[in-house]
Each structure stands twice: as structure tokens, then as C-alpha cells.
Design a protein around this ligand. Structure first.
Ligand SMILES: Cc1cc2nc3c(=O)[nH]c(=O)nc-3n(C[C@H](O)[C@H](O)[C@H](O)COP(=O)(O)OP(=O)(O)OC[C@H]3O[C@@H](n4cnc5c(N)ncnc54)[C@H](O)[C@@H]3O)c2cc1C
Length: 482
């Protein structure tokens, strides 16, 4: 048997991001992955939204992704495009980058950090006891972890074995996706015709990514090129001579969320915890952000900094975030439906998205920048993401995200330094005196008065805001770092 503090089932984007977060905190973590290596063809997600790029920037690795993708300053809501250029973030754009490239970059990062990825080892069962979880795997010796995190996708064996309910809605639509060659040029872009179909390329000399709504739902056979051809002929009267598929898959708008993200020593993250129609490109983003919320908390529980109840805040904070994603994808799917009444509703929505305030609110939601954890009453910043302010410190110019690279808590004090002894928490929190000139703009038009100090969690969310005195700081430090 091989033992690790944490075993993660699944080396998709969520599992890899979580492994990186745990390894940064010095935790012994391994991933058991069913695939024998990371795929080089086929790729579900096509990119990342601004908050995910921000969290990668918080770890100092955003450039690795930006160097391989293309950026664009627009997002869309059910195919209605809007501008993101005036979102108040350094990363006011989406990144087009195929999921298999995202996974490769993340895998290289976690291997640098010392994470073991056991490829070709499917988790086939587990049993938990008072001190850990024994895992049965399809090859090699069994594994044991103090904790098991199921990042094993929408059909999660971990979720099913833990008997965690997955309530939600059955599919109302089914789509095919493939990477193909085409003899004649298709009409590039996104088209609606009672369902939708789209044609685009990730790379100029790469295959055509075709997506098309299937004429009927409920088909569970492996999809074939012929299925795609028939669906395209049904939608457009031609299949554009499609051939040579390198990847074919099917997805639906089944919309479900795990009733709980934790059962004692077993946790769920990413698609294992929530599935929805991929409209608006939010699944991979939500999963990677689940991982950044969970990683530092699990690390602190394992290394004895925090009691186990810190893990309950993971469900409390992230379940509502994914519930909102499920809600907006259901609304977008309805808006994508057939009929002149839906067309009228789309016109209305397009008109609204042409106005500043509705556009900013929807853009902040779709880009993940407006996430606001409920940390109680208080300053408007409490529970929100900390903006990446430019700072001057005794060591020179820096910015907030650079201070988060080591995934530690940061107590940032502006103006006059004040007397507060941080040493009882110094193993997890760094206190930094800094100056910032300029405003604090939040993405959904919320105005914030400039505070005198903020306590920032390792995930970049604000845990305490100070005015003049350190009132409440001790409680906040104890709540999150003791
Ligand atoms: C057509 C399409 C387009 C999409 N586009 C976007 C987009 O643009 N943006 C976006 O944010 N999201 C998008 N998504 C959603 C996105 O692909 C998923 O949300 C994302 O892959 C979830 O990541 P994950 O790591 O949680 O799960 P997965 O990517 O499913 O990874 C799970 C991993 O676990 C492994 N595994 C499974 N079972 C076991 C087991 N028993 N033992 C060991 N390993 C196991 C799998 O091999 C896999 O590597 C899209 C989805 C589709 C279908």
C-alpha cells in the first residue's frame, strides 16, 4: 500500500489545480488518474474566464497559459456577445486555450512541485475509517490517504460510492461535438435553428471544431461521424463533406449538483460536484476555483493549523457559487430554444446587454469576478476577491497578487503602521505595510470605501476589513488561521 496525506481521484483541471494548491502548502499529495496520459487530441473546454486567469496569476503561473493561447475581450450570454474590456481587472479578457493544453501546463506545474501522478490507475472503490481512506485501484498497489478528493468528473465514482445524492434536472437537449476536416467551408461562428450549431478553429491549420444539437435526445451509443453528418444535414441541409474525425463526443444539458461536497474524509470538487450545459464556458473555471477554495483549507487541517470544521466552509462557500452557475446555464439554455417568443426574449436580453450596468453585472457573473462568499455582515469587500492593487512596500513596488504566490494569508496594512502582534499566526500569515494610491473598483459596480487594512486568505478572498483599529482582527485570524 502507498500512503499519502491526500489522494485525488482524477487529473483533470480540478484535480491538477487542487494538487498544486496542496503541494504549495507542503502537503504530500498524489493523483490517481484513469487515463494512461494526458490526451493530445480532443478537448472539451476551449478556454478560461478572467477570475480563473486571476487565480493563476495569484500563484505566479498565469503567463504559462497566456503564452500558449489567444485572448479576446468578449464574453457571451447564450450566444449574445458582450464586451469585457472595461471590467476592472488586469485580466479583462477571456483566454482561448484548449483543455488538453491547460491540463498539460497544470501537470507540468504540479510535477515541478513534487506531486506524484499515477496514470493508468482508475479508482474502483474505497472505504473510509476514522483516520483515512483506503482506495482500490485498477493497477499497482492500493493507495491510502488521510483524505480523498473526488475530482473524477460528472460520472464520479467517488460521489456515487460515498452515496452523495446528485439531485437536479434530466437533459432537455443533447449535442454532438467533434474535431473534423471539411471539404467545403462551413459558415463560421454560432448559429441557432431551434437548437444550435457552430463551426470554429482553435488554430488556423487545425481541425474544425463542430458542435450541433442532435435531432433527438436519449441516444447513449458512442457517437459516430455519421451521427454528426445527419445532425448537420438536418440543421443546414449539408454536412460540408466532413471526414477524418480525430475526436467525437456527446454532451447534454443535464443539470445536477451534489447535495453535500463533503462526507467525513471524502470531498468532491469540479464536475464531480456539479454538471451543467457548457454554455458560456463555466465548468472548468468553476472546478479550478473550487480547488483554490479547498486547497489551503485542507492543507491547514492536515498540518494541524486548523480544526476540521474549516472544511465545512468549503461546501458553505462553493455550493452556492455552483448553484448560481447551474441557474444561469438553465436560463441560457432556455434562451437558446426554438420559437419566435424565445427570439423576442433574446432581442430583449441583447438590448439589456447593450446597456452599461446590466452588461457589467452579467459580465462580472460570467467571468467569475463577482463571487461574494457570505462571511457575515460588514464592509462591502468582506468575502469578495481582493483586487490586484499596485502597492509600494518597504521592499519596493509590487502588487497584491504577487504577494499571494506562496498561497499564504496576507495582512495588508495601509497608511500608518499599527501595533498588532501577528506572531501567533506568522506561520500562515505575513503582515505587510503598504501604500496604494488610486481607487478600489469592484466588478459589479459596487463602490467600496478604502479600508485601512485587509486580511486576505490564500485564495485571494477578503476575510477581514479594518478601519483605524484592529477590532475583530484577532477573531478573524483565529477563524481562518488557527
Ligand atoms: C463541449 C464542451 C465544451 C466545454 N467548454 C468549456 C469552456 O469553454 N469553459 C469551461 O470552463 N468549461 C467548459 N466545459 C466544461 C469542462 O470541460 C468541465 O467542466 C471540466 O473538464 C471539469 O473538469 P474536472 O477536472 O472537474 O473534470 P474532468 O475534466 O471530467 O476530469 C476528470 C478526470 O478524472 C479522471 N477519472 C474519472 N474517473 C476516474 C476514476 N474512477 N479514477 C481515476 N480517474 C478518474 C478522468 O479521466 C479525468 O481525467 C465544456 C464541456 C463540454 C462538454
Amino acid at each position: 500500500m502507498t500512503e499519502h496525506a491526500v489522494v485525488i481521484a482524477g487529473a483533470g483541471p480540478t484535480g491538477l489545480m487542487l494538487a498544486g494548491e496542496l503541494a504549495l502548502a507542503g502537503i504530500d499529495v498524489a493523483i490517481a488518474e484513469r487515463r494512461t496520459r494526458h490526451d493530445l487530441v480532443g478537448s472539451r473546454a476551449g478556454g478560461m474566464t478572467p477570475r480563473t486567469i486571476e487565480v493563476l496569476d495569484q500563484r505566479g503561473i498565469a503567463d504559462r497559459f497566456l503564452a500558449q493561447g489567444t485572448t479576446g475581450q468578449n464574453g457571451h450570454y447564450s450566444g449574445i456577445f458582450f464586451d469585457t474590456a472595461d471590467l476592472p481587472t488586469r485580466h479583462n479578457y477571456g483566454l482561448g486555450l484548449q483543455q488538453h493544453r491547460i491540463e498539460r501546463i497544470l501537470a507540468d506545474w504540479v510535477i515541478e512541485l513534487g506531486v506524484s501522478i499515477y496514470y493508468g490507475r482508475e479508482v474502483i472503490g474505497f472505504a473510509q475509517d476514522a483516520t483515512g481512506v483506503d482506495l482500490a485501484v485498477s493497477a499497482g498497489p492500493p493507495l491510502r490517504g488521510s483524505y480523498l478528493v473526488g475530482c473524477d468528473g460528472g460520472r464520479s465514482l467517488v460521489r456515487k460510492t460515498a452515496r452523495i445524492a446528485f439531485p437536479g434536472w434530466d437533459p432537455s437537449t443533447s449535442c454532438l461535438v467533434a474535431d473534423v476536416e471539411m471539404t467545403s467551408e462551413p459558415p463560421w461562428g454560432l448559429h441557432r435553428n431551434g437548437g444550435f450549431h457552430s463551426f470554429f478553429k482553435f488554430e488556423d491549420d487545425g481541425p474544425v471544431r463542430v458542435m450541433v444539437t442532435e435531432p433527438r435526445i436519449g441516444n447513449v451509443d458512442e457517437p459516430t461521424l455519421r451521427d454528426i453528418s445527419e445532425a448537420l444535414v438536418c440543421a443546414r441541409g449539408t454536412d460540408y463533406g466532413l471526414r477524418s474525425a480525430t475526436w467525437i463526443s456527446r454532451f447534454t444539458d443535464a443539470t445536477r449538483q451534489a447535495a453535500t461536497y463533503r462526507d467525513r474524509r471524502v470531498l468532491l470538487a469540479g464536475d464531480a460536484a456539479h454538471v451543467h450545459f457548457p454554455i458560456g464556458g463555466q465548468g472548468l473555471n468553476t472546478g479550478m476555483q473550487d480547488a483554490v477554495n479547498l486547497g489551503w483549507k485542507l492543507a491547514q487541517v492536515i498540518n494541524g493549523t486548523s480544526p476540521e470544521r474549516l472544511l465545512d466552509t468549503y461546501h458553505a462557500e462553493r455550493h452556492p457559487v455552483a448553484a448560481r452557475v447551474l441557474h444561469n446555464t438553465m436560463a441560457q439554455t432556455a434562451l437558446n430554444g426554438p420559437g419566435q417568443r424565445v427570439d423576442a426574449l433574446r432581442d430583449t436580453m441583447a438590448e439589456l446587454l447593450g446597456m452599461h450596468e446590466p452588461r457589467m453585472r452579467v459580465a462580472a457573473m460570467m467571468c467569475g469576478l463577482d463571487i461574494h462568499y457570505d462571511l457575515g455582515d460588514g464592509h462591502a469587500l468582506l468575502g469578495r476577491r481582493m483586487p490586484d492593487l499596485d502597492l509600494r512596500t518597504a521592499e519596493g513596488a509590487t502588487r497584491v497578487f504577487a504577494l499571494l504566490h506562496e498561497a499564504r494569508g496576507i495582512l495588508l496594512r495601509f497608511g500608518q503602521p499599527w501595533a498588532f502582534d501577528i506572531s501567533p499566526w506568522a506561520h500562515r500569515v505575513s503582515a505587510i505595510d503598504a501604500e496604494h494610491t488610486g481607487g478600489w473598483e469592484l466588478p459589479d459596480l459596487c463602490q467600496v470605501p478604502t479600508p485601512d487594512a485587509v486580511l486576505i486568505r490564500p485564495d485571494g478572498h477578503v476575510a477581514w476589513v479594518g478601519h483605524g483599529a484592529a477590532t475583530g482582527l484577532r477573531d478573524a485570524l483565529n477563524r481562518w488561521f488557527a
